[in-house]
Design a protein around this ligand. Sequence first.
Ligand SMILES: Cc1cc2nc3c(=O)[nH]c(=O)nc-3n(C[C@H](O)[C@H](O)[C@H](O)COP(=O)(O)OP(=O)(O)OC[C@H]3O[C@@H](n4cnc5c(N)ncnc54)[C@H](O)[C@@H]3O)c2cc1C
Length: 465
Amino acid sequence: MADFTKKYDVLVVGGGNAALCSAISAQQSGASVLVLEAAPKFYRGGNTRHTRNMRCAHDSATETLTGPYSEEEFWDDLLRVTGGHTDEILARDMIRQSKAILPWLAEQGVRFQPPLGGTLSLGRTNSFFLGGGRAMLNALYRSAERLGVEVAYDAEVVELDIDGNTFVSATVARGGERLVVHAANLVAAAGGFEANIEWLKTYWGEAAGNFLIRGTPYNRGSLLKVLLDKGVEPVGDPTQCHAVAIDARAPRFDGGIITRLDCVVFGIVVNKRAERFYDEGEDLWPKRYAIWGRLVAAQPEQVAYIVFDSPSLTLFMPSLYPPFEAGSVRELAGKLGLDADRLAATVDRFNRAVRPGTFDHTVLDDCRTEGLTPPKSHWARPICTAPFYAYPVRPGITFTYLGTRVDRESRMLMKGGAASANMFAAGEIMAGNVLGRGYAAGIGMTIGSVFGRIAGREAAANARN
Ligand SMILES: Cc1cc2nc3c(=O)[nH]c(=O)nc-3n(C[C@H](O)[C@H](O)[C@H](O)COP(=O)(O)OP(=O)(O)OC[C@H]3O[C@@H](n4cnc5c(N)ncnc54)[C@H](O)[C@@H]3O)c2cc1C
């Protein structure tokens, strides 16, 4: 039972992967640890609940990984996706320490499975959790509790007392009450601010009102805001985030992976004006999937429609919801609320621009358009065989990158550059140190586990001094 009157060595705020890795690591290092999770127990674990895999460097194939993935290759991948917008020292540290993460997680009872097929060609680089993110989390909670970590649910930290660069206490909103908890050290592992639509609006304007949030409604950035207001140095561009195209009928929060749509390569994508706006055949997954959220965010009313015909229907992972279906393109337009003449003209123009080729969606094939703006560079086939289908899509925000700057000990840095005396951060809340922009599948969990372990260990060491 959590005892709010006790002064713990380490207070961990958050309840996902980063928080649990921090808590376990701190407790294993001899500290007393309290975890405060804003969500009720059933919804514990933030965005981590939705995950499937993580990316770690390793020297050779294993039972569940098809081959080696060197530190240098991981670094090259990170450099490419971020375009160099990363802190090289922290990123290289993370990659090196990622090598020890899989066996450490296995010691905590997390189990892995062989790679999944389908659209995810990650079998060499990424380890998949047996039972998904929720099973992974349950194993971490069991391990933490066995070690003696105390956990309180429905416990949102809403205020901090920070004296200069030193954490003193946290105010917790719990069941209508406000309680003050003292601890010798703080680990902030409370995710990003993606579920706070009002905060998103300050950077995206009213458009953010049409965004859907793929994960937990509890990542409202309440802790991040307090930390930044109280002198912690921010890191990351507030408009940068991981965003994909998801089914527009998904719930506002927590739609998870089953609402994601990755069938743009099989058809064309049009906006409310029934006009195409980007090359649907630009690149292979996973390079393409994380750009469509932003592309749709820039369209009128932040909505778009993926239009395709019957030969493509069974070639991709379906969404939770069925596609709209019609016997003609005009009829389809009616069902989508689009101008029928315009959609028919857009499809016709596209069909006439398609050049013959050998269709293969697993490689950059030679099926392309000619004389069309924007072009479709690969996988272009005429949309001409009824029934015709469409999925409506909206931007689905996965997580934001604005966070707290940290050093190699995962210790927060204050404005002006001084290290905090006793405040550490791990996971999404500091992901912007490594991810200035872009994303490599599975790296969110790497950031949480590696920096979580570091933060917990360092916070415990600090408590002993
Ligand atoms: C649908 C989906 C699929 C994904 N798939 C993958 C994947 O396969 N691989 C991968 O690497 N990444 C994936 N990600 C990203 C991944 O989920 C995150 O990078 C990772 O889970 C972050 O871990 P975290 O512990 O930092 O945050 P979270 O797991 O989100 O945990 C944050 C916690 O903080 C709590 N909290 C927030 N504010 C407060 C407060 N003020 N007081 C107390 N508690 C608070 C929340 O309730 C939550 O429990 C996915 C994300 C989504 C949404």
